[in-house]
Design a protein around this ligand. Structure first.
Ligand code: COA
Length: 344
C-alpha cells in the first residue's frame, strides 16, 4: 500500500507586522530579532477566523488537482487556536469545502501538530481504507500573544497550510456500470499530479513538559485565566536542537537511508538559529534546509505545511526522483515528530 502527498496549499493574510513596527510596541529592535531568530515580519490575521485560514489553504490545494470531493474520507485539522469546540473546526472546514461525508476531528500537538496529523492520517487511511485525506494546520496565534512581552511577541505569526494525501491502493468496490463514478475515475487518471511524495515513515513522540517551559492556557481555564503564550526560550531551544537531531537520525537509521540521499529538509520554522544548529549537528548542508520563517515567524502547526507548499512550488521533481524529503517539528507538550517522504 502506498500513501502519497499529491497536493499542498497555504494561506496567510492580514497585517504584515515587521520588526520595525514591533519595536514601536515593545522595547526591541530589528537587529536583535534578526540576529537571534531570523524573523523579519509576520502576518497578523485580523478579520478572518482560524477556520477560514484553514479553509482557504485547503481550497488552494484542492484546486491544484482533479479529485472527487466525495472520495475525501478524512479531514484532520491541527490547531491550538481553533474557533469552536463543537462541532470541531474540521467539520466546519469540510462542510465549507463541500465534502459530504468524512471523518473529521481537530488535533492539538502544538507546533508538532501537522506532523502528528500526518502520522494519524497515515494509520487511519490504512486501517479504514480512505481514498483521500486532508491534513491542515492553521493558527491565529496573534490572539494569544502578550504584546507587552518582548521575549515572545517577536516570535509568532498567523497562517495556514495543508496537504492532500492519496491512498493509491484504495479499494472502493467501484461499480463500473455507474456512469458518474466512471467519469470520475477517468478524470482522476488523466489529471496531472505535479506533487508525488510517497510517505515512507513517520516518527512521533513526546516528553511531558513538567516544568512548564511552553504554555498557553485555555481562555476558560479555572486555574489561571492568563491565556498568553509563555515560554522559557533557552530550554525550548535546547529541546528543539536535541530532538531535531534524534528525529533525523532515527528516520534515516530505521529506513537504511544515507544523508546523501536526502535532498531537502523542511523543519518547523521556529528560529533560524535552531535550524542552523540542526544543520551543523546533523552534518546535512544548510542549503538543503528549506527556510521561510523570515516572512511568517513561527506559525505553530501551520509552519511545516506553509513551508512545504512554498518548497514544492519550484521543486525539480525530475532530477530528484528517488531521493528523500524529511519534515520535522517540535513544540509544546513537549511534542515532536518527523516524516520521511520519497520523491516519485
Ligand atoms: N529584544 C531585545 N532584547 C530582548 C528581547 C527582544 N525581543 N527579548 C529578550 N531580550 C533580552 C533579554 O531581556 C536578555 O537581556 P539581559 O541579558 O539584559 O537579561 C537578553 O535579551 C537575552 O535574553 P535571552 O532570553 O537569554 O535570549 P536568547 O539568546 O535565549 O534568545 C529566544 C531568546 C527566544 C530568541 C531564544 O531563546 C529562542 O529562540 N528560543 C527558542 C524559542 C522557540 O523557537 N520556541 C518555539 C518552539 S516551538
Amino acid at each position: 500500500m502506498s500513501i502519497k502527498i499529491i497536493s499542498t496549499g497555504s494561506y496567510a493574510v492580514g497585517k504584515k507586522l515587521n520588526n520595525h513596527m514591533l519595536s514601536k510596541i515593545v522595547d526591541t529592535n530589528n537587529q536583535w530579532i534578526v540576529e537571534r531568530t531570523g524573523i523579519e515580519s509576520r502576518y497578523i490575521a485580523e478579520d478572518i477566523t482560524t477556520e477560514e485560514l484553514a479553509y482557504n489553504s485547503c481550497k488552494k490545494a484542492i484546486e491544484k488537482i482533479d479529485i472527487n470531493l466525495d472520495e475525501i474520507g478524512l479531514v484532520i485539522f491541527s490547531t491550538v487556536t481553533g474557533d469552536t469546540s463543537v462541532p470541531s473546526s474540521s467539520f466546519t472546514i469540510s462542510g465549507k469545502l463541500g465534502i459530504k461525508n468524512a471523518v473529521c476531528f481537530d488535533l492539538n500537538a502544538a507546533c508538532s501538530g501537522f506532523i502528528y496529523s500526518i502520522a494519524v492520517a497515515n494509520s487511519l487511511i490504512k486501517s479504514i481504507n480512505f481514498k483521500y485525506a486532508i491534513v491542515v494546520g492553521a493558527e491565529r496565534l496573534s490572539k494569544y500573544i502578550d504584546w507587552k512581552d518582548r521575549s515572545t511577541c517577536i516570535l509568532f505569526g498567523d497562517g495556514a497550510g495543508c496537504a492532500i494525501l492519496e491512498n493509491t491502493c484504495y479499494n472502493n468496490n467501484i461499480n463500473l456500470t455507474d456512469n458518474d463514478n466512471f467519469i470520475d475515475i477517468v478524470k482522476n487518471s488523466i489529471s496531472e499530479k505535479k506533487i508525488d511524495l510517497e510517505l515512507i515513515d513517520t516518527i512521533v513522540g513526546g516528553k511531558y513538559d513538567q516544568k512548564r517551559y511552553l504554555t498557553m492556557n485555555s481562555k476558560y481555564s479555572i486555574e489561571d485565566d492568563d491565556y498568553y503564550i509563555k515560554m522559557n526560550g533557552r530550554q525550548i531551544y535546547k529541546f528543539a536542537t536535541d530532538i531535531g537531531i534524534k528525529i533525523i537520525d532515527d528516520l534515516l537509521k530505521k529506513n537504511n537511508i544515507s544523508k546523501k540521499e536526502v535532498c531537502m529538509i523542511i523543519p518547523h520554522q521556529a528560529n533560524l538559529r535552531i535550524i542552523e544548529t540542526l544543520a551543523d549537528k546533523s552534518e546535512i548542508n544548510l542549503e538543503k534546509w528549506f527556510v521561510n520563517l523570515s516572512k511568517y515567524g513561527n506559525t505553530s502547526s501551520a509552519s511545516v505545511p506553509i513551508a512545504m507548499d512554498e518548497a514544492m512550488r519550484n521543486f525539480d521533481f525530475q532530477s530528484n526522483k528517488g531521493r528523500y524529503v524529511i519534515m520535522l517539528a517540535f513544540g509544546g507538550g513537549l511534542s515532536y515528530g518527523g516524516v520521511l517522504l520519497k520523491i516519485n
